[in-house]
Write a protein that binds this ligand. Structure first.
Ligand SMILES: NC(=O)c1ccc[n+]([C@@H]2O[C@H](COP(=O)([O-])OP(=O)(O)OC[C@H]3O[C@@H](n4cnc5c(N)ncnc54)[C@H](O)[C@@H]3O)[C@@H](O)[C@H]2O)c1
Length: 308
């Protein structure tokens, strides 16, 4: 298939591009490098350095592709609270520009990167796709709920095939967000640099960590599906943050102190996925155990530190 990946110079987009190429697809990466890196654009992919805001160029960039995997967005939750308009413009309006561009270019298939954040505080665990969406405590979450709604509308109006993937907590090599607000890269970096590990809620918060290669495979697994579909992408295992920290200490072979950051407003106490639905539809399941994923992640951050 000829697939255009928006945000393909980012953490997850570069892994998705790699898997697409490995599986024999023809790939174009569209990224403005505002948060991504030229070095993360996979060799073998065509690269357009362009912005989704550019609605006059979009149809020409899109024409000739069979599907779009839409990952370009701003992702930092705290920044979304400071700058809600910037987030609404880039995450919602630019997604709508993309949908319009696809309609005009005759591209009829979309995979969209959404998030478990759309469920808010879950009423029960594991979270299933039939569970209600929750109230969003920040504009980032609101931007995902809004974009999901526009994607569904394009399916209803124009018959666009659309798969919405709600990621739980991705982690792995090549995660180089600036600033980094995600737990695992911050734990690993602190441990490698022998600094105190920053931890909220005494590490009691439970999350479902999904290794980036597993997550990437989910995108190619759904490319053959039709209609409007929603899938949770998680490992189906809830892990306490403190247990992730202990695992990292075990991997590096020593412990550093904990930097107790207390409570943080807006944090949901526990989330983990049921991914039964995508398993039934495509056979996809997460395969990389947390220990193995963390070992690979520690090795990557160590190599980065060695280069610094
Ligand atoms: N990382 C996570 O924990 C997580 C969790 C759930 C959902 N997601 C979603 O997955 C997607 C990818 O996340 P990531 O962690 O790889 O982020 P990332 O910041 O590493 O990648 C996003 C990419 O999009 C590009 N981009 C942003 N705005 C653009 C625009 N207007 N035009 C062209 N390119 C643009 C950036 O340059 C960057 O390369 C995002 O949609 C994010 O909301 C991420």
């Amino acid at each position: 298939m000829r697939v255009l990946v928006t945000g393909g110079a980012g953490f997850i987009g570069s892994a998705v591009t790699r898997v697409l190429l490995e599986e024999g697809h023809d790939v174009t990466v569209l990224d403005n490098l505002s948060k991504g890196f030229r070095a993360l654009v996979q060799p073998g992919a065509r690269f357009i350095e362009g912005d989704l805001r550019n609605e006059t160029q979009l149809p020409a960039w899109l024409r000739g592709h069979d599907a779009v995997i839409h990952m370009a967005a701003f992702i930092e939750v705290a920044q979304s609270v400071q700058e809600p308009l910037v987030f609404a413009e880039n995450n919602i309006i630019n997604s709508l520009r993309l949908l319009e561009g696809m309609r005009r270019a005759g591209v009829g298939k979309l995979v969209f990167s959404s998030s478990a954040t759309v469920y808010g505080t879950p009423e029960s665990l594991p979270i299933r796709e039939t569970d209600p969406l929750g109230v969003q405590s920040n504009p980032y979450g609101a931007s995902k709920v809004s974009t999901e709604a526009f994607v569904a509308t394009y399916n209803q109006l124009f018959g666009m095939d659309a798969v919405i993937l709600r990621y739980f907590n991705p982690y792995g090599p090549d995660e180089r967000h600036e600033p980094e607000t995600h737990a695992i890269p911050n734990f690993v970096r602190a441990a490698i640099e022998k600094r105190p590990v920053p931890l909220y809620w005494n590490g009691e918060v439970v999350r479902d960590f999904v290794y980036v290669d597993d997550l990437a495979r989910a995108h190619t697994a759904v490319l053959g599906l039709n209609g409007l579909q929603y899938f949770n992408i998680g490992s189906e295992t809830g892990t306490k943050m403190i247990d992730v920290v202990r695992e990292i200490f075990d991997i590096v072979g020593y412990e550093t102190p904990i930097d107790d950051l207390g409570e943080r407003a807006g944090d949901v106490p526990a989330t983990y996925a049921s991914s039964e639905k995508i398993a039934a539809a495509t056979g996809w399941r997460a395969q990389v155990p947390l220990r193995e994923g963390l070992e690979r992640t520690v090795a990557w951050f160590r190599a980065q530190a060695g280069r610094a």
